[in-house]
Ligand binder design. Structure first.
Ligand SMILES: [Zn+2]
Ligand SMILES: [Zn+2]
Length: 464
């Protein structure tokens, strides 16, 4: 077997690794590179292999940095199967359609601003084509992907439907296994179950987003969240939360309910201004069988699903008018809108109207990649650019890393430790999906503890 690292190598986005075995080619993920437009366009159009020669794709989860180039693969002629969990397939239906919409809007915007013509990477028809290729499989069930290669998907505990992938093939008389972590979640998150480390593997491809950082405990993050809401509400301000429509938004809805019921925050409206989040919340309720039933609030949800996610505390904006009205709304109010890194979506309108008001708080609850607006807000730049306009950043900025859906440093080390415990033949670990600082620090840490870990660069090739 030959393995080539194509995307998310020495960076976070563009997750894609190419497996070649017995003349067949299989992709692990086909993620979109995100960041500065000028940098990512060329990377996004360069496919890791001729689409006609790709035999299968295995998809770890629905986030765009993992699934976002599937419609582009379809546009370029890929018609083979895409194996993933049922929930990921359903979430992709929602998220890829949204991604196509963003691509089209971006192309229009560019044409207006620069009079430059750039085709969108893909459109709705390409999304439909990609969706037709999706094959939903159950967690734990071994499935043949191509001649001589089978896979098993196990819960990665990151977002609904997220999986770590175990690949298995024969090498002479021995059976060999490679694990691809996908994105590894945290223990103790609301709704989502804890990650399940793969067992009995020979090698691992592992994410390293937070390879050099620990997260505060989930409960500490919850208290800071509550304090932020209390303080902003006392100022009569708005709490603007750029959040991934899928996962983070549903988790926040749960948390705000818990906090209101416990009397830790005042009962103020929570507006979900994101059609995508509204649809994704629907997918969540359809896959409630995957929720973490060890949490009491989730058990309550099961008893009364409509009562919790559709509770009067939360308003889903259903039209563009409702969204505009939400922008004018006087505080205190909480607004959750996509995208998670404030690169696109309705959050931009809220920032345009709200970033200059010192009563407001911009609450950052997720990872912000380099060169994104979200990152510039985290860095508290005095002036930010929204839709090409300069806006003074006078709102408070609160960063809550405790809400990350990614394992922190200690959790990554514990995950790999659990893999090693059941894997006497474990030889090597390749670190992917991290910025160089995080990766180098995690690699040296692992190597000091007897692992063999390295950080491949794009197009690095290894033979297993
Ligand atoms: Zn992810
Ligand atoms: Zn990711």
């Amino acid at each position: 077997m030959e393995l080539t690292f194509h995307g998310a190598a020495r960076e976070v986005t563009g997750s894609c690794h190419v497996v070649r075995i017995g003349g067949k080619t299989v992709l692990l993920d086909a993620g979109l590179f995100q960041g500065r437009r000028a940098d990512v366009r060329a990377k996004n159009v360069a496919l890791p292999a001729d689409p006609g020669r790709i035999d299968a794709v295995v998809l770890s989860h629905a986030h765009i940095d993992h699934a976002g180039r599937l419609p582009y693969l379809a546009r370029r002629g890929y018609r083979g199967p895409i194996f993933t969990t049922h929930a990921t397939r359903d979430l992709c239906g929602v998220m890829l359609a949204d991604s196509a919409h963003i691509q089209e809007k971006d192309a229009e915007f560019l044409a207006r601003r620069n009079r430059a013509h750039e085709d969108p990477l893909y459109d709705r028809r390409d999304v439909d084509m990609a969706m037709q290729s999706m094959r939903g499989i159950d967690y734990g069930r071994w499935t043949d992907v191509t001649d001589g290669l089978r896979v098993q998907l196990i819960d990665a505990g990151h977002i609904l439907g997220s999986a770590s992938v175990v690949l298995e093939w024969r090498d002479g008389l021995t059976t060999r296994r490679l694990a691809f972590s996908g994105d590894i979640g945290r223990t103790g998150l609301s709704i989502i179950r804890d990650p399940v480390p793969p067992q009995d593997v020979d090698a691992v491809i592992m994410e390293s987003t937070y390879g050099n950082r620990e997260h505060p405990a989930v409960e500490d993050a919850r208290e800071r969240l509550a304090a932020t809401v209390r303080e902003t509400a006392a100022r009569g301000g708005r709490i603007l939360i750029p959040a991934f429509a899928v996962g983070r938004t549903q988790e926040l809805i749960y948390t705000f309910h818990e906090l209101v019921l416990a009397g830790r925050i005042p009962r103020i409206p929570v507006i979900i201004d994101s059609p995508l989040a509204t649809e994704a919340t629907d997918v969540f309720t359809r896959h409630a069988n995957l929720f973490d039933m060890s949490e009491s609030f989730v058990r309550q949800f099961h008893a009364d699903p409509a009562g919790t996610l559709g509770n009067s505390l939360v308003e889903f904006t259903e039209s563009a008018e409702a969204s505009k009205a939400a922008m004018q709304r006087r505080g205190p109010v909480i607004v959750i809108a996509a995208s998670g890194m404030a690169e696109s979506g309705r959050i931009l309108h809220h920032l345009l109207h709200g970033a200059a008001d010192p009563r407001n708080t911009i609450l950052i609850v997720g990872f912000q990649a380099e060169h994104t607006l979200g990152r510039r807000i985290v860095e508290r730049r005095p002036v930010i650019k929204v839709f090409g306009d300069e806006v003074a950043l006078r709102a408070q900025v609160e960063v809550l890393n405790g809400y990350s859906a990614h394992a922190g440093h200690a959790e990554l080390v514990a995950w790999l430790g659990a893999v090693r415990k059941t894997s006497p033949r474990l030889k090597h670990t390749w670190l992917v999906h991290g910025e160089p600082d995080a990766q180098d620090s995690l690699a040296s840490d692992l190597n000091a503890h007897g692992y063999s870990a390295s950080c491949p660069s794009p197009r690095d090739r290894v033979v297993l």
